[in-house]
Design a binder for this molecule. Structure first.
Ligand code: ASP
Ligand code: CP
Length: 343
């Protein structure tokens, strides 16, 4: 994917975070704020009545697929979906181009996840409707970065801080972790950021991402110790080892125990940091991920990220399908059911 894709707006694909400026990012976040009652299911909307989402996931997913599909349905649209290669005709040798042309003929927008870097751009080339990249191999995951930054703005503002000038630790699998690639590129739109990065040997941040960030005036410090990485930062963004993308040798490379846990944060004197993770968190023993023993810490934002994913994905659909917030208000009514548990 190139850095010269058109800006993300009505009728455009969303393939990379490089399609954003500070201005269109703010517009998207304003829409995400405005649809909050619908995202929280306090109100019911039919703005996308008659619209069809084609949801194609050729890699495992829980939150991206379900939140994109929920977001579309909350706006009154319908969803047609296929998951995995086994249940699509790609298992019979059908090409990306043919699959994309066919399904785009059934849909008004496609959301696609595929294990190969650059593959979602190939879907976009053959599609007759806009295509949203829901993760292309180790490439990008733009909607995740958008919801991450949306969440980060909110978490920092609760502490009377802003993203500009903040200090982040980015830790874990920085080589294959596409969420980190999109996040660091998108955050480059802000000013005076410091990223301290830590990864196990062999899983270092690609130099292309480091260059992208430093060329835009930010600082990247590479450290080889997780305590040093998380000391003094405002935000910690931890990631899972992407074992599905690596060789057995790399899989053995020092990725055992916890990447981050309560004791490490205590030793780094940073138990108050904002804690983020794209999820899923690998909670199996020795998975080298964020431990569950941090879950009572005040800065834990991982489930704010997942909740905010609905708002941001609704805003993505409204933007690419050209629906104004006025049209959303005109087609919204209060809900008539009570969904909470009895006390
Ligand atoms: N769910 C994210 C992704 O698909 C992160 C991960 O799987 O670790 O990229
Ligand atoms: N964060 C994320 O993309 O999660 P899933 O892989 O479960 O969709």
């Amino acid at each position: 994917m190139t850095d010269i894709l058109p800006a993300f707006e009505q009728g455009r694909h969303l393939l990379s975070v490089s399609q954003f400026t500070r201005e269109n990012l703010k517009r998207l976040f304003d829409v995400a704020d405005a649809v909050d009652p619908i995202a929280k299911r306090q109100a019911v909307c039919t703005a996308l009545d008659g619209a069809m989402l084609g949801s194609l996931f050729f890699e495992p997913s829980t939150r991206t697929r379900l939140s994109f599909e929920s977001a579309f349905q909350r706006l009154g649209g319908e969803v047609t979906t296929t998951t995995g290669f086994t249940f699509s005709s790609m298992a019979k040798g059908e090409s990306i181009a043919d699959t994309s042309r066919v399904v785009s003929g059934y849909s008004d927008v496609l959301v696609v996840r595929h294990p190969d870097e650059g593959s979602v751009a190939q879907f976009a080339d053959a599609s007759v409707v806009p295509v949203i990249n829901a993760g292309d191999g180790a490439g990008e995951h733009p909607s995740q970065a958008l919801l991450d930054v949306y969440t980060l703005e909110k978490e920092l503002s609760l502490r009377d801080k802003v993203v500009d000038g903040s200090h982040l630790a980015i830790i874990g699998d920085l080589k294959f972790g596409r969420t980190v690639h999109s996040l660091m590129k998108l955050m480059s739109l802000y000013h005076h950021l410091t990223f301290t990065v830590f990864s196990p040997p062999g899983l270092e941040l690609p130099s292309s991402i480091e260059q992208y960030v430093t060329q835009r005036g930010h600082h990247v410090h590479v450290v080889d110790n997780v305590v040093e990485a998380v000391h003094g930062v405002d935000v910690i963004y931890a990631t899972r080892v992407q074992r599905e993308r690596m060789t057995e040798e790399l899989d053995q490379a020092g990725t055992r125990g916890d990447l981050l846990n309560w004791s490490i944060l205590a030793e780094a004197d940073n138990l108050d940091a904002i804690l983020m993770h794209p999820l899923p968190r690998d909670s199996r023993p020795d998975a080298f991920d964020l431990s569950n023993d941090v879950d009572d810490l005040p800065g834990l934002a991982i489930f704010h990220q997942t909740d905010n994913g609905i708002n941001v994905r609704m805003a993505i659909f409204l933007t690419t399908l050209g629906v104004s917030i006025e049209a959303v208000h005109l087609t919204t009514k209060q809900r008539s059911w009570k969904a909470t548990l009895r006390p």
